[in-house]
Design a binder for this molecule. Structure first.
Ligand code: FEO
Ligand code: CA
Ligand code: CA
Ligand code: CA
Length: 741
């Protein structure tokens, strides 16, 4: 069994970071690769030895008031249900959940938390239940819940259609971000070594293990109905909507990159389709009622051998800018390595090898890497529909995708973060203007809003102002004059969006994770989870927007605990190209006085904020993916009632950087609502339209949380939270609806 400490230590190591023009980052990748290789080799010195271990795999890591103005567009937030009579509470009245490092989860008094939909649970009958021995077939996972549940959304359903107000019945759609290999295969983490092979093939995995892992990624669609006692939900077995989309499912490329030379592969030499969606992290809803999933750490499942001399220098740089240097075996997944004779479908394993080995792009998978890293749209109500990779929104390690409240006749705006150290925050402004008539129109409506528009990247100025720079070919230096990576067209700008953002001088952030937009103020919030390079690497100096770098005990210096930044677009217009920002909250242990700039206490202190969700009432829910404060408390979910930009004061961090900080925390405006079991990350969040059920996800729990009765293999799962009295979540805070507290 994997120990918690191992899991967390490794989690620190696998944050993908390749920004930019930054030799330190490249060196880190090389070091990491060498470390992995030496770990895998162990001390045997044998040329071909089977290695049985419990090496954990991680997809992305923990590393580390009522007087508010009302946004005029608030009544018009499209596919999100109206808030009805429920206004935002003025104060949080539940009793804070204490710190916990227990094997169990804890939720605020008066609430009930139940584990549902664990890894391996069959979605249809005729498949045997998950067994603790993990002997279920790789193929069967095409019809089971996958691993590491992440972002999700509850789609209310009436008849066969989406209904934003329906709560009796719905489709719960969720991401399966990555796999814990050692806890998934009956063999544990099994690698066959061959030190005579080319570097990226020196550790080879079993075909069945890779097939199982591929099928454990992606998205699950699960029809849920309210239980007969009126409390919570149960799966509708054999529903026609129950479906898995995996890293093997055919997906369509749409927008400016579709058909580009950069995405032509042996699988589709025309460059319009690819196989699989991967490392789906945060998620979101579109204003018209489809699911927007994201592709984050796709780097880790690809291998790259030596082929720089087969590529033009610009495209070689482009690959490296996304972490794929030569002789890169990927992370522990090694999906390209099983023996080709064991393939069940053409190129089942070789498609994960991006090395240019053939005569041209139609003969190999050199461009398969370029077909991942996109916001991907799925229509859960059309079980035969093909996932659409919306390339106009750029290619990077997408965390989630949050739309701004829509207004009739105005463009639709989506906000996104690129989660790696020193990466950027983006937004996409559609060319088409919004029409309420499009709600419920499915993927055709996605073609209208997501395939044509302008991608921008954010610059956070030191004085609290900010600007959006367009990533458009021919503008802002994005042309062939760029020596490092000459841009010949918009396809190159989008596939290599990070490199394009470098050119326009985007601000390097402390790992942008989830984005959410306040339905009350229209202000945009982004979690910056942590960054061990901040103030350490020469290329990531302190800035007002990333102002902390400190050392605690024998830990490495950097921004260990993270913060949450927010901004107000100029004139309240989400299509504006300037904004005003401040830092809503600094996460910190409450006893770390020099860093506790938001004045957190025992009831609300947190570290490494990650998941972020404004419910339609304007309550902000914050989730953590932490490795820095877990000796004191496991990862958690907090509820918060933020103010607005500029409601605080100027402060100076312990590193001497001045910045603008929001109003201090209090027990009225932020409080711990839930703590997960030891070793887990708390992520993914959605609420039913009647506000009576909150779903969250538990990723990679430690110990044996989620195991079947009598078993010991921990499993990721969903947690369903209801009030014991059946009232709405946070009912105790609403005078008008309080029934008990
Ligand atoms: Fe998958 Fe950045 O979290
Ligand atoms: Ca995660
Ligand atoms: Ca994280
Ligand atoms: Ca995350």
């Amino acid at each position: 069994m994997t120990s918690l400490n191992n899991k967390q230590t490794l989690a620190h190591e696998v944050v993908e970071d390749s920004n930019p023009t930054d030799n330190i980052d490249f060196q880190t990748i090389i070091n990491r690769r060498m470390n992995r290789r030496s770990i895998l080799k162990g001390g045997t010195g044998l040329t071909a030895a089977a290695f049985f271990g419990a090496l954990p795999l991680v997809g992305c890591s923990d590393d580390d008031d009522s007087s508010l103005p009302v946004n005029p567009s608030n009544d018009n937030s499209a596919a999100i249900p109206a808030q009805g009579d429920l206004k935002r509470p003025e104060t949080l009245r539940f009793t804070a959940v204490p710190h916990s490092t227990a094997d169990t989860m804890s939720v605020a008094a008066g609430y009930k938390a139940e584990m549902i939909l664990p890894l391996g649970m069959p979605l249809i009958s005729g498949i045997e239940d998950w067994k603790d021995s993990r002997e279920q077939s790789a193929e069967s996972f095409e019809w089971r819940m996958g691993d590491n549940h992440d972002g999700m959304w509850f789609f209310g359903k009436k008849g066969n259609a989406y209904d934003a107000k329906a709560s009796e019945n719905g489709l719960l759609v969720m991401n399966h971000e990555y796999v814990n290999s050692s806890e998934l295969s009956p063999f544990g983490y099994h690698v066959i070594q061959d030190s005579n092979a080319a570097p990226i093939f020196q550790n080879r995995r079993l075909a069945s293990d890779v097939r199982r892992e591929v099928n454990c990624h992606g998205v699950a669609v699960v029809e849920m109905r309210r239980r007969s006692d009126g409390m919570g939900y149960e799966m509708v077995p054999n529903s026609k909507y129950n479906r898995r989309i995996t890293s093997s499912t055919t997906a369509q490329l749409t927008g400016p990159v579709a058909g580009s030379d950069l995405v032509k592969t042996k699988f589709d030499p025309t460059g319009f389709q690819t196989r699989g969606i991967n490392n789906n992290c945060g998620a979101g809803l579109s204003p018209w009622g489809t699911y927007l999933t994201t592709e984050e750490n796709f780097l880790g499942v690809f291998g790259r051998g030596r082929d720089a001399d087969q590529l033009n220098a610009g495209h070689n740089y482009g690959r490296e800018r996304y972490g794929a240097i030569e002789d890169f075996p990927g992370w522990e997944y090694l999906w390209h390595t099983p023996d080709a004779k064991d393939a069940a479908i053409p190129d089942e394993f070789s498609r994960w090898d991006m090395t240019a080995v053939g005569a041209g792009a139609a003969d190999d998978y050199r461009h398969a890497f370029n077909t991942f890293g996109y916001i991907t749209e799925i229509d859960p109500f059309d079980q035969h529909s093909i996932p659409q990779k919306r390339t106009a929104l750029g290619r990077f390690a997408h965390e989630n995708c949050a739309y701004a409240p829509v207004e009739q006749g105005k463009p639709v705006v989506f906000y996104m973060g690129d989660d790696a150290r020193g990466e950027y925050i983006y937004k996409f402004v559609s060319k088409a203007t919004w029409s309420n008539a499009d709600i419920g129109g499915g993927l055709k409506v996605g073609n209208k809003y997501l395939d044509d528009g302008t991608l921008y990247v954010a610059i956070f100025n030191e004085d609290g102002s900010g600007v959006w720079k367009a990533l458009v070919h021919g503008q802002n230096g994005l042309d062939t004059s760029n020596n490092v990576l000459p841009f010949h067209g918009q396809d190159e700008v989008l596939v290599f969006a990070r490199a394009a953002a470098d050119v326009v001088g985007a601000t390097k952030m402390d790992r942008p994770e989830w984005v959410s937009v306040s339905p009350i103020t229209g202000e945009v919030y982004v979690t910056l989870t942590n960054n061990k390079y901040r103030g350490v690497s020469d290329d990531q100096p302190l800035s007002a927007s990333n102002p902390r770098s400190y050392q605690v005990g024998d830990k490495a210096r950097g921004n260990d605990n993270g913060h949450i930044i927010r901004w107000a677009e100029a004139g309240g217009d989400h299509a504006a190209t300037s904004f005003e920002w401040d830092i809503y909250l600094f996460a910190s242990p409450s006893d770390l006085s020099a860093e506790n700039l938001s004045q957190l206490n025992d009831s609300n202190d947190l570290s490494s904020p990650d998941g972020l969700y404004f419910d339609p009432r304007g309550v902000l829910w914050i989730q953590t993916d932490d490795g820095a404060y877990t000796d004191t408390s496991s990862c958690m979910l907090l509820a918060a009632l933020p103010g607005k930009v500029s409601d605080g004061s100027l402060m100076t961090t312990s590193a001497g950087q001045q910045t603008r900080v929001g109003m201090p925390a209090s027990n009225d405006n932020i409080k711990r609502f839930f703590v997960g079991p030891e070793g887990c990350e708390v992520t993914g969040i959605t609420m039913t339209p009647d506000f009576k059920t909150l779903f969250i996800n538990i990723q990679h729990p430690g110990n044996s949380w989620g195991a079947v009765a009598g078993g010991s293999t921990p499993r990721s799962a969903t947690v369903m939270i209801t009030r014991e009295d059946g009232d709405v979540i946070l009912a105790e805070s609403f005078d008008t609806v309080t029934t008990s507290t």
